[in-house]
Design a protein around this ligand. Sequence first.
Ligand code: ZN
Length: 241
Amino acid sequence: MDSGTFSNEIHVNRKKGCKKLIVRVKQDGQVYVTAPWLYPKGQIERFILQNAEWIRTQQNKSAAKRKYITESRTHFTHFHSLEIAKAADESLRIFVKDGVIKAIVPHSLPIERQQIQDALRKSIELVLKKEAQTYLPQRTMLLAKEYGFQVSEIKFSSAKTRWGCCNSQKRIIFSYFLMTLPFHLIDYVILHELCHTIYMNHSKEFYALLDRCCGGNSKQYRAEMKQCAIDIFPKFAEGEE
Ligand SMILES: [Zn+2]
């Protein structure tokens, strides 16, 4: 079916048990219509036109909500670049080698298509996890030594609700999305958790200690952190890494 005025094609699925037309807009903006078996094509088209405004509103909503990975970047993560290239055919391949996340995406599909975005996200998350496992323990131990903290264990999680946490046994867990922050904010989060090995709260004393460890910049860093969403996207500019 011709998509007409919509930004994506429309998928029509005919079902035997279906009694009426149902239209859905998926997260990537694609439109799915479920229609009764043998329902006239012209009527489906009319139905879509009648609902055009609603469909467009849904598409705009999901586009605003979703952030897409669309472009190559020299430092998508601190230690890996992202290279996106179009395949000669419709295949999708992503491989990680020598500091490069290489994505060969289907020739004719828009890169915003969910299956491509999901695959890209998955690869980038794996890279972030590896980078976190390599970088964060040594960095944490270095800062701990410098400021006289003790840590019993460092672990990682895929948490998207917090950057890190520390328990009373001085065990620190970092979200591997921490690697998407600029280095000075990674240090800030590490120092925040290290200060919890002394104070298990967010008291005045805790913040005073943290501020001393941050050279008096903790307020500024805290404000910068508020702008950072916990997701796969880099929060540092190219060349700032
Ligand atoms: Zn805290």
